[in-house]
Design a protein around this ligand. Structure first.
Ligand SMILES: [Zn+2]
Length: 127
């Protein structure tokens, strides 16, 4: 008789909650609105402005529902409650400055302000 293994629970993933419904609902709303816009343009090319309004409303609704879902996630996280999905985070943008004059560098080879050549940044240390 072969030896049996045990099921070991390791990762907990939460599902459900209103936030898990709002985000896909926004995507459905966006796809429906763009579909209506395409159909209107195909039916009559003079309805292009109404079609653009429909697509714009779909995009706006998508963003609002997504923001609402994220707001619920943040509120649940701050309350210590489990939530489904992920909270988006902003990414930092690195801006290099010239060590000689302090001007922001648009080119990492030469300073546009003082004209001095910039030492190359070692690989793996881009910040
Ligand atoms: Zn400079």
């Amino acid at each position: 008789m072969p030896e049996k293994a045990k099921a070991v629970p390791t990762t907990v993933r939460y599902q459900g909650g209103l936030e898990s419904i709002l985000q896909p609902a926004g995507l459905v709303f966006l796809v429906f609105s763009v579909g209506v816009a395409v159909v209107l343009v195909c039916l009559n090319r003079y309805l292009v402005f109404i079609s653009l309004a429909s697509a714009g409303a779909g995009l706006f609704g998508f963003l609002v529902l997504r923001a609402l879902a994220e707001s619920i996630r943040i509120q649940k996280k701050s309350s210590g409650l489990p939530f489904s999905g992920t909270i988006t985070a902003a990414k930092p943008v690195i801006i290099h400055h010239c060590s000689s004059c302090g001007a922001a560098l648009s080119d990492l080879a030469r300073c546009d302000s003082c004209g001095k050549e910039i030492d190359p940044i070692p690989v793996g240390n881009a910040n």
